[in-house]
Design a protein around this ligand. Structure first.
Ligand SMILES: [Cu+2]
Length: 160
């Protein structure tokens, strides 16, 4: 079979790019230890409702930790439990979330809170909510027919 000179160059470039890509990915994963952040904590996604803290979704005040509140969220097709979260402004909040079925997103619009919720894994994010307002929480991972309706609300309020 005869290959044109430029076709050979192009093939070599393609194969070379693939090797470079695999090398970079391999070095990042095995040498530098980069993994998706959610890979740290796992959970049996079929028993989410029975496992602490997901047996009590919602906002809980905590003592003696580096954060003041824990916002526990369970995502499933096509809603979030609880439907609204309310935290006082200025509080340091740890968002703890997981999925009961497929991959969902957890993006709080207008903030830098953005997590991927995977079945079998617990996603966590600690942040300080510093502006009063109502923030829409949306699912930004396509999860099925009800995806576009999947949302909840984060209310940041003046402390009572
Ligand atoms: Cu979705």
């Amino acid at each position: 079979m005869h290959l044109h000179k430029y076709e050979k160059y192009w093939l070599a470039f393609g194969v070379g790019s693939l090797i470079v890509f695999l090398l970079i990915t391999g070095i990042m994963a095995f040498h530098n230890g980069s993994h998706p952040p959610s890979a740290k904590n796992t959970i049996n996604y079929e028993k989410v409702d029975e496992i602490t803290p997901f047996n009590k979704p919602g906002v809980h005040k905590v003592e003696g930790k580096d954060w003041d509140y824990e916002a526990v969220v369970v995502a499933s097709a096509f809603y979030y439990d609880p439907p609204t979260l309310e935290v006082p402004v200025g509080a340091k909040v740890k968002f703890i979330a997981t999925s009961k079925d497929v991959v969902h997103g957890f993006e709080v619009a207008g903030t830098n809170i953005n997590m991927m919720l995977e079945p079998g894994y617990i996603s966590e994010y600690v942040t300080t909510v510093d502006k009063v307002g109502e923030y829409l929480i949306v699912c930004n991972e396509y999860c099925g027919v009800g995806h576009a309706q999947m949302h909840s609300m984060l209310k940041v309020v003046e402390p009572k």
